[in-house]
Design a protein around this ligand. Structure first.
Ligand code: HEC
Ligand code: HEC
Length: 320
């Protein structure tokens, strides 16, 4: 390994740990719930990223994780109310944005998955998503020289196994942290809200924050926000079987909300205007209050995150 390469690797590692430290110091975020595994390194992040962008993981090499989770829309699937997998098969739920997952207790709209590491089993094998068997995926990866050498380097074994694939994927998804919106700058006294944004923030604190709690703008609970229950998806009830959970869904984060349309678990609302009209009817908010709330929600967009080249597709460069 040349000195230059070594310095680059050390520097990128340093930058990354600085990013995580910044959250703890400046922004007073709570401690993450999902923890880094023992295999965490810049190399495992790169491997996870390559896998995330690789359609090889699907049954007909047509769909990668990034087909439904696009970096420039905060890893949501913009314009697709519900997910769109192999052979144009349509799922029943909207693909959520992927960011700040380290602070989530449960995953999926119904909280049916408890760990980020285990989550990837679902899309990989789901018949409407990537539709592949684990056996085949491992076969393909073990025959792939470059993947094999990366896996060997990280996991110190000669054969790639399922747990390594899942570990590598979560190295990437866990690293997706969005904490640099205009709202965050205001919190750090590096900017000021306009009168309208400040009015929106007041309304937000009054009506929304108890569920979409700052600074993450979600809470690890299941609630109903009053949208009509449709019988093909009863949400949390499908996991717990408890009557009181009928029609309850996880509370989504509102960071980058300008980019993750359409909205709700089934993508039934197409714009923030429609979302605010819904809440407006429930909470008796007039037009100008709805506009103020939207002005505040727009300050949660983190363009640094949305255009971060680190989170976009890169080829897996062999390491000396
Ligand atoms: C066909 C579209 C599609 C593909 C491909 C896909 N996903 Fe998803 N993803 C979804 C949908 C839809 C959900 C929500 C599922 C639910 O709530 O039941 C989701 C949920 C998730 C979540 C949970 C997010 C949260 O906040 O609860 C993670 C993490 C995730 N996907 C990662 C991945 C990874 C990693 C891959 C590739 C191995 C992948 N996805 C492939 C559509 C897709
Ligand atoms: C009682 C808890 C609760 C309150 C209060 C609440 N929400 Fe929600 N919100 C939710 C839940 C739960 C969902 C997801 C519902 C679903 O998908 O069926 C949601 C969804 C959303 C979405 C769509 C997010 C996405 O990714 O699809 C937006 C935007 C939103 N809420 C904004 C607001 C605003 C603005 C307020 C205040 C006016 C508010 N919420 C108050 C619980 C709440």
């Amino acid at each position: 390994m040349t000195n230059k390469v070594l310095i680059l690797i050390l520097l990128s590692g340093l930058l990354f740990s600085l990013t995580l430290d910044r959250i703890k110091t400046d922004l007073k975020w709570p401690a993450p719930i999902q923890k880094k595994t023992a295999y965490y390194s810049e190399t495992s992040f790169e491997l996870g990223r390559a896998l995330f962008y690789d359609p090889l993981l699907s049954v007909d090499s047509s769909i990668s994780c990034s087909s439904c989770h696009l970096s420039y829309t905060s890893f949501a699937h913009v314009d697709h109310p519900t997910s769109h997998g192999i052979a144009n098969r349509i799922g029943k739920r909207n693909a959520p944005g992927l960011y700040n997952l380290a602070w989530r207790q449960d995953f999926h709209w119904d909280g049916g998955v408890q760990t980020l590491t285990g989550q990837a089993l679902n899309p990989l094998t789901h018949p409407d998503e990537m539709g592949e068997t684990l056996e085949n995926i491992l076969l393909k990866l073990n025959q792939h020289k470059r993947y094999l050498s990366f896996f060997k380097r990280i996991y110190k074994q000669n054969v790639i196994e399922t747990w390594m694939l899942l570990d590598a994927l979560q190295q990437f998804t866990l690293a997706l942290v969005s904490d640099d919106s205009y709202y965050d700058k205001v919190q750090q006294n590096k900017g000021h809200f306009s009168v309208q944004q400040a009015q929106g923030q007041k309304l937000f604190e009054q009506y929304c924050n108890r569920c979409h709690e700052a600074p993450l703008f979600f809470s690890n609970r299941f609630e109903s926000n009053g949208i009509t229950i449709l019988s093909n998806d009863l949400g949390r009830f499908e996991i717990t079987g408890s009557e009181s959970d009928k029609g309850k869904f996880r509370i989504p984060s509102l960071r980058n909300i300008t980019h993750t349309l359409p909205y709700m678990h089934d993508g039934r609302l197409r714009s923030l205007k429609e979302v605010l009209r819904h809440y407006g009817q429930q909470l008796k908010l007039d037009d100008s209050q709805q506009k103020d709330l939207i002005a505040f929600l727009k300050t949660l967009t983190d363009s640094t995150f949305l255009s971060n080249p680190r989170f976009q597709y890169h080829t897996l460069t062999p390491k000396p």
